[in-house]
Design a protein around this ligand. Structure first.
Ligand code: UTP
Length: 284
């Protein structure tokens, strides 16, 4: 079965990026000149997905506005002959992509945000992407590989990465038997973590996770955790770890966001040519 819908839970508070996130959603932070959410939507498009569900909150209007037409702006650019900029504005919508918006009335946790998408997703298997985990992977990208795995084997999957043991308390951590996930725990202390394999922001999930999430009680941090909903299904559905190729930038942290900006700037020949000598100068 193919995956044709992706959920973006983007209703969190973004407290690590205050004060900028007081009025600007974390997902609208730019990587050079493209907001994080747009890079994630482009990755979903490359994975063949055409239905996007944004789970937002009252302070996140800028995200829906970004994926809406701005007729005034387009008309102005057209009448002034700024065709290159016009093209740039229009490519915000990858071709054929359909957007729906649902609200999470209160930030009760990632699992709760995913559950808010159930009326739109329905009975379909679906993907979840956290846009602040920016993954620079070869080929069509991390999610495309996970969607292909589901199409070829029927298995669901979670993107995972090895992390230093002292950092397990920041992630969901999995245990494995062979290439099957057999256990998951949210934010374990290093001394009790079942492994150092951490889940990062890409998931391919069965619709049954909605039913499981309805039963989940608040867990780590008093929030409804997606990890707990998935853990309840591990005995019934096959979940595999997806060790993606490439680099993940944690753009929910200042350092990760700075590094991603630098990496993306270095992909642009003109910016790279100007940045390289400037950085060498700074390092001296
Ligand atoms: P984070 O743990 O990164 O939380 O959430 P956050 O609020 O975005 O940022 P910090 O930690 O306060 O700086 C992981 C993902 O889950 C979403 C967030 O928007 C982010 O994409 N989320 C989290 C929700 O949509 N709703 C919630 O209630 C909690």
């Amino acid at each position: 079965m193919t995956i044709d819908v992706v959920v973006f839970p983007v209703a969190g508070l973004g407290s690590r990026f205050l004060p900028v996130t007081k009025a600007v959603p974390k997902e609208m932070l730019p990587i050079v000149d493209i907001p994080l959410i747009q890079l994630a939507v482009e990755e979903a498009h490359r994975a063949g997905i055409r239905d996007v569900v944004l789970v937002t909150s009252a302070s996140k209007r800028a995200i829906e506005d970004h994926f809406d037409h701005s007729w005034e702006l387009e008309h102005m650019l057209e009448s002034r002959g700024k065709t290159e900029l016009l093209q740039h504005v229009r490519t915000v919508f990858p071709p054929g992509m359909r957007f729906s918006v649902v609200r999470q009335p209160q930030a009760l946790g990632l699992g709760h945000a995913v559950l808010c998408a159930q009326p739109v997703v329905g009975n379909r298997p679906f993907a979840v992407m956290l846009p602040d985990d920016l993954i620079d992977a070869p080929g069509a990208g991390c999610l495309a590989d996970m969607v292909a795995l589901h199409r070829e084997t029927g298995a669901y999957s979670l993107a995972v990465e090895e992390v230093p043991r002292e950092q397990t308390g920041r992630y969901g951590v999995v245990s494995l038997r062979g290439e099957r996930i057999t256990g998951m725990v949210e934010k374990p202390k290093p001394e009790v973590a079942p492994s150092t394999l951490a889940v990062v922001g890409r998931y391919v999930l069965p619709a049954e996770v909605f039913t499981a999430l309805q039963e989940v009680k608040p867990g780590a941090g008093g929030e409804i955790q997606l990890t707990d909903g998935i853990a309840a299904l591990l005995g019934r559905c096959e979940f595999r770890p997806h060790r993606f190729a490439g680099v993940r930038y944690d753009c929910g942290s200042k350092l990760g966001h700075l590094m991603a900006n630098f990496a993306w700037a270095m992909k642009d020949p003109a910016l790279a040519a100007a940045l390289r000598p400037w950085i060498q100068e700074q390092l001296r």
